[in-house]
Ligand binder design. Structure first.
Ligand code: MSP
Length: 678
């Protein structure tokens, strides 16, 4: 017997949040598809997910809710498990950082690192971002705020334990250089090396004394262990590391892949591997930092009020449509925009038209022409062999793509087979064949090929969708022959199998109606979250501002200084005139130089969950990356114009003085994007 292959995959453990949105579901659905794929292809899989329950943030929310932290997390974790159930997440273990089995291991790890001199006591003075639970040095701050989330940081000064990251820095750089597959995609590897590792690591503060909700340092009860040290350990505590039953750690460690969102790659590729090096454990084979699912411009977040609720979507379109959309629409490494329109279009084109039709037509024709029994095929023609060849080649291609976590490409490879099979119907025209005796003889082969191709398709999609393959197999009467190995041969479907006509698997949606319904659902969500709508109407002041002349104005910058210089010559206005301006706080999501225009930057803004593009004449004053994360102020209802062929939908405010200095008007991260300025 060959030794069983193992595969260990993890998602991040989630912060207990009231509402996990479709963005969170994205990581977990991807991990689930991968786990299912590996099980299908013969691996013994360990798929771990869980919750990250300690820290100052939770302690504070629980206090606000007048419950103990444990009561608070218990309630939320139950909701998270419900969501994973709804999404058919086939995890093998769910670890909570409040589990005794986890807490004990974290304390042992801390003790071990302390005993061997990798953790030492000193005093920490610096900045702390509570929402991100991250420490920052003065020079890492962005405009005095957290460089990750842009929110204000607090000055902290505490007696703390430190972990000697610096000691391991060179070893880690060498490891990353020698293992290019360790951090993927490649761009994230460069970012880690160039932005963090090569400039030099400072030792990490790994304990806190200013709050209590954490795992106590075993030998110093005043301190709780830093949440990231606690959280990262989950990947080995769940396997029984340093416990009596360490069978799973021996079997599954090192992990094959940690799937993480791009903002937490840093923790997983610097702190985590150094912890493992210090513990003398091998490093995971890969940390894959995927992009964010963003909602037309901004990362979904509850505080922004732009979350898309997976429960609402699953309820309306069914689980498989949502799983398919998440995995197909967004190339896994990159950010992807979630839009209702894209969702409806995908459902209609790929699922209703391509796959759904193929199933109903095949089953209906077998029913009609052969009384519901799959006919025995005759000698295949070149056309049949062509379809067979594609069906036989697809599993290998899908496997190659899945090994690189290219979910979207794997699905498009499967849809190539779906498309080819649909084309085969057009090419063979079964309804014409059915008219003659000679044609009917050929029809047996055609319908057999359709049914057998659908068997291939149903097996191929089974890691991605959980209900549809079962329904296709039910309608086709397939009971066996659904293993990966059964795809090695075209012709395993037994002639004589009875098909069973059923419901249309993906009914076609009315695009306009659905968009209206979804908008309504999102709007009511926004209203209930109190998020401002930053989208100006384009009327009023914008129309009256027809004479926008200076280049800075054309370029979407309202330079307050310049206006001030000329104020005397401007006529007086009333408060009603001012009220025509829709001034809003906008968060800069991305910025880039406009080619061949040395003054212009193209900015992508998030205005209360809506995306805006503004071309701004500030390129001589700002490097694009310095603007990302800033909360600027825009005139949101300015009539859009094209500058150098690029659409500019508004103008950002900036002050400039007579010496030529210019500074964009910005507000602190405490004000939500979309907030009205007046
Ligand atoms: N608790 C930490 C992880 C600790 S792992 C040792 C954490 N939790 S989280 O709940 O904030 O995020 C969990 C995962 O969800 C992260 O990988 C994060 O990137 C992902 N996502 C959250 N919002 C997302 C999108 N809008 N799009 C894609 N992924 C998103 O971080």
């Amino acid at each position: 017997m060959p030794e069983k292959k193992t595969f260990y995959i993890t998602t991040p453990i989630y912060y207990p949040s009231d509402k996990l949105h479709i963005g969170h579901s994205y990581t977990t659905v991807a991990a689930d598809a991968m786990a299912r794929f590996k099980r299908l292809t013969g691996y013994e899989v360990m798929f771990l997910t869980g919750t990250d329950e300690h820290g100052q943030k939770i302690e504070k929310i629980a206090r606000e809710n007048k419950v103990t932290p444990k009561e608070y997390v218990d309630r939320i974790v139950a909701g998270i498990k419900e969501l994973w159930k709804l999404l058919d997440i086939s995890y093998d273990d769910f670890i909570r950082t409040t589990d005794k089995r986890h807490e004990a291991v974290v304390q042992k790890i801390f003790q071990k690192l302390y005993d061997q001199g990798d953790i030492y006591k000193s005093e920490y003075e610096g900045w702390y971002c509570t929402p991100c639970e991250s420490f920052w040095t003065e020079h890492q701050l962005a405009d005095g705020n957290c460089p990750d989330c842009g929110r204000p940081v607090e000055r902290v000064r505490e007696e703390s334990y430190f972990f000697k990251l610096s000691k391991y820095q060179d070893r880690l750089i060498k490891y990353i250089e020698e293992h290019p597959e360790f951090i993927q995609p490649q761009s994230r590897q460069n970012e880690m090396l160039n932005n963090f590792l090569r400039p030099g690591l400072e030792d990490l503060c790994v304990s806190r004394t200013s709050f209590k909700w954490g795992i106590p340092v075993p030998f110093d009860g005043q301190h709780v262990i830093y949440v990231w040290l606690d959280a990262l350990s989950n990947y080995i505590s769940a396997l029984g590391y340093l416990s009596e039953d360490d069978e799973r750690i021996r079997k599954f460690w090192p992990a094959d892949v940690h799937l993480v969102g791009k903002e937490i790659v840093r923790f997983h590729t610097i702190i985590w591997p150094i912890m493992l090096m210090a513990l003398e454990l091998p490093l995971p084979r890969q940390v894959f930092g995927h992009g964010w699912l963003i909602l037309e411009g901004g990362k979904m977040s509850k505080s922004k009020g732009n979350v898309v609720d997976p429960v609402v979507l699953v309820d309306r379109y069914g689980l498989d449509a949502i799983r398919y959309f998440l995995l197909r629409e967004v190339p896994f490494g990159a950010d992807g925009v979630f839009s209702n329109e894209a969702l409806i279009n995908r459902i209609n084109s790929d699922l209703a038209n391509d796959l759904g039709n193929l199933v109903s037509r095949t089953v209906a024709m077998i029913d009609k022409y052969f009384g519901g029994e799959v006919p025995a095929p005759g000698e295949p023609t070149d056309l049949d062999k062509d379809l067979e060849a594609l069906a036989l080649a697809t599993p290998g291609r899908v496997e190659g793509l899945m090994d690189q976590l290219l979910f979207s490409n794997a699905l498009s490879e499967i849809w190539r087979l779906v498309g080819r099979t649909n084309k085969y119907i057009d090419e063979t025209a079964p309804w014409v064949l059915a008219k003659t005796e000679e044609g009917k003889a050929r029809l047996t082969t055609v319908l057999y090929h359709l049914a057998e191709s659908l068997r291939f398709i149903s097996v191929l999609i089974s890691p991605f969708m959980t209900r549809t393959p079962v329904e296709i197999q039910r309608q086709l009467g397939i009971k066996d022959e659904v293993s990966w190995d059964s795809l090695k041969e075209f012709g395993r479907l037994k002639p004589g199998t009875r098909v069973c006509r059923g419901e249309v698997i993906f009914p076609r949606l009315d695009v306009a109606e659905e968009l209206k319904a979804l908008e309504h659902l999102t709007e009511s969500k926004k209203d209930s979250d109190g998020a401002a709508n930053g989208n100006g109407s384009g009327s009023g002041a914008a129309k009256e501002d027809g004479a926008r002349s200076s280049e800075s104005k054309q370029a979407g910058v309202q330079a307050a200084g310049k206006e001030a210089e000329g104020r005397e010559s401007l006529p007086e206005i009333t408060i009603d005139d001012f009220a025509k301006l829709d001034l809003r706080v906008a968060r800069v999501i991305a910025a880039e130089k406009v080619e061949k225009a040395d003054k212009l930057l193209k900015l992508t803004l998030d205005v209360g969950g809506q995306s805006r593009q503004v071309v701004s004449g500030i390129a001589r004053h700002y490097e694009p990356q310095d603007l990302v994360g800033k909360n600027v102020v825009i005139i949101a209802n300015l009539k859009p114009v094209k500058l150098r062929g690029i659409l500019s939908e508004g103008m950002i405010l900036a002050a400039s003085d007579s010496s030529g200095k210019l500074e964009v008007v910005s507000v602190s991260g405490e004000i939500e994007s979309g907030a009205k300025v007046n």
